[in-house]
Design a protein around this ligand. Structure first.
Ligand SMILES: Cc1cc2nc3c(=O)[nH]c(=O)nc-3n(C[C@H](O)[C@H](O)[C@H](O)COP(=O)(O)OP(=O)(O)OC[C@H]3O[C@@H](n4cnc5c(N)ncnc54)[C@H](O)[C@@H]3O)c2cc1C
Length: 323
């Protein structure tokens, strides 16, 4: 028998809501309603919500800052839990943060404690939990990913608390074990370097300035595709003969998806309310009234064009919800 909002309120408290539009909780400003919606203000709330969803056998989703998701126009037919557990602590070089802590805020705090390491993450929107899920960061920088600084991560796995060390998190470029399982990330412990406030503050300014020119404040999910690892250097040299940036890409080991999309002539391409950004071709912008369906069509069109023109298969970075 289908669970009712009354039953959920009995188990989770009267704050549980039904039919809450998800668009305002995403950076894309796209997405239909969640059947049930709950804001978890503590890790205990997150665990309880997972237990209740399990008990009533309803689909369950944790949302952080909503900056890397595409929510279907039909929404999500289950319980969406917003991670808003946001305690944090700094002791020496050790930083503990719950999943719902805003990442940019945490970066600023670490800098103010004269700790170094997190500076490249300053302009990555979203939460600590979302960043760990996708090993967020900046590939151009040494130790530029959040996973590079993790000592351990505490998760809720099938109703049990589990402590995973860094190796067990299996961090790679835009990837982690959490993309393959249903763990709920509750908190993480990081070990940063001792640094100087002034140097870190300068670095933070540099990383913020590097975003200038990107459509940072427009509704999007950031980069829609992952960069493409270069496997066969000679093949890439041959395919893109005469391109001045190619040796630089080879050195970095990746072809930027934005460069490929731009080269395919797709900047400004528009489908309904969705447009390939003129400023950064790996951003799809919701220029007004954009629908998830149109984003899906655009993704499919870009993948086809890049495949046809360069024989390269792009892979989405954004997470599909409710499809
Ligand atoms: C303008 C812009 C710039 C960006 N720049 C960068 C960049 O430079 N580098 C980069 O890596 N990314 C970038 N992104 C993408 C995005 O900011 C990151 O992926 C971010 O880490 C996502 O965090 P979030 O809290 O918003 O996650 P959400 O979008 O809320 O969720 C993403 C995924 O994580 C899962 N998740 C979230 N929290 C938890 C949890 N507690 N437990 C289990 N699963 C969870 C969700 O279920 C979902 O599948 C950018 C995005 C935008 C909009």
């Amino acid at each position: 028998m289908a669970v009712t909002i009354g039953q959920l309120k009995e188990n989770l408290g009267k704050e549980v809501k039904s039919r809450v539009l998800l668009a305002p909780y995403t950076n894309f400003k796209i997405g239909g309603p969640a059947k049930f919606f709950f804001e978890a203000r503590s890790s205990a709330d997150l665990i309880k919500a997972a237990q209740v969803a399990n008990e009533f056998k309803i689909p369950f989703l944790v949302l952080g800052g909503g900056s890397n998701v595409l929510v279907s126009d039909k929404g999500f037919n289950g319980l969406v839990v917003l991670a808003r557990n946001n305690n944090w602590q700094i002791e020496g070089t050790k930083v503990t943060a719950e999943a719902g802590v805003n990442l940019g805020f945490l970066v600023q705090k670490t800098v103010s404690f004269s700790l170094s390491g997190f500076e490249p993450l300053v302009a990555v929107p979203g939460t600590v939990g979302g960043a760990i899920y996708g090993n967020a960061g900046v590939p151009q920088v040494e130790r530029g990913f959040i996973g590079d600084w993790v000592e351990n991560v505490t998760v809720c796995r099938e109703d049990k608390l589990v402590l995973l060390n860094k190796e067990e998190c299996e961090f790679t470029y835009r990837n982690s074990i959490f993309k393959k399982n249903n763990d709920i990330i509750l908190s993480a412990l990081f070990n940063l370097n001792k640094g100087s406030f002034e140097t870190s503050q300068e670095l933070v300014k540099k990383f913020i300035a590097a975003r200038r020119g990107q459509p940072y404040h427009k509704p999007s999910s950031g980069c829609i595709f992952m960069n493409v690892p270069i496997v066969d250097i000679e093949e890439v040299r041959h395919k893109f003969k005469g391109e001045e940036k190619i040796e630089d890409f080879i050195k970095k080991g990746q072809l930027p998806a934005s460069w490929l999309i731009d080269k395919a002539g797709l900047k400004n391409k528009t489908i309904g309310g969705i447009q390939v950004s003129e400023d950064h071709a790996n951003y799809l912008i919701n220029i007004g009234g954009g629908k998830a369906e149109q984003v899906v069509q655009m993704i499919s069109y870009i993948k086809q064009q890049v495949r046809d023109q360069f024989g390269i298969q792009l892979q989405e970075e954004v997470r599909y919800i409710g499809f």
